[in-house]
Design a protein around this ligand. Sequence first.
Ligand SMILES: [Fe+2]
Ligand SMILES: [Fe+2]
Length: 282
Amino acid sequence: MEIDREALINRMGGEEAVSKMDHEARADAVEDFMADKLDKEILARRAKKKYPTVAEIEEQIETRDFRRGVGKLFRATPKRLGFDDELTGVKVNRLPPMPERPTLADFFELRFNPAGHLLQSARLAKKRGDSEPVILACLLHDIGNSLIRVDHGYWGAQLTEPYVSEEATFAIRYHQALRFYADPSVNYEYPKRYYELFGEDYVPPPYIKAAYEHARNHKWYMSARKVTMNDLYAFDPSEDVSIDEFRDIIGRHFKQPKEGLGYDNTPVSHMWRSMIKPDSPL
Ligand SMILES: [Fe+2]
Ligand SMILES: [Fe+2]
């Protein structure tokens, strides 16, 4: 690897700073400089690389020690990098205990944190003047990912169904199918990120196509479509949104059970409990 001497000296704080450094500090600085340069070159090469095919993605299955569909709470992922399908050797963290009667906001703070994607999507919905059920659906649209990622729209809709309006449940469930289908009337395009995630030649399976066709003709089509429109594929790490911004909307549109989520004896309580204690062996 070639070293640009001037760039290196500048990076080290200029000629004068370098002259005051001892031999070891200089060696460390050169190593850092070269490591960064290498990373930049790898990223540039990746950016030029063509998208994988479905067959290439299938080939990767046996290279992982996890399955891609597993919930985010159940495996380690490097935060905020967006490369969460790569093997990293990162370990899971110890989760903080949850209160006896957990609320939705507690899940955001103690289990989904930082939940930047959900919070930024909901903020975007708010900025665009979408209705409160749509803002709530944006806030919750990928909530199923913490438990299980495959078919996350269906899991998310099921998790929230006892607590939110039918419209919000519909929007959460069908955003999964709609995101694969463009709608030029609202400038929604197929997300480029999916070429990377699913393969450039990916064709959604028949049940997704059928779900799309059902949703397309439904009275709440636009509510589900808006979730896909506020779904951000490029996250802004500088925008740190707090759940506090949505406490009023949650208060008006999410029926918080008095026993706490997980302990209210609904058909989905065990699913919330699984997120309360994902380290339980059985
Ligand atoms: Fe989603
Ligand atoms: Fe999303």
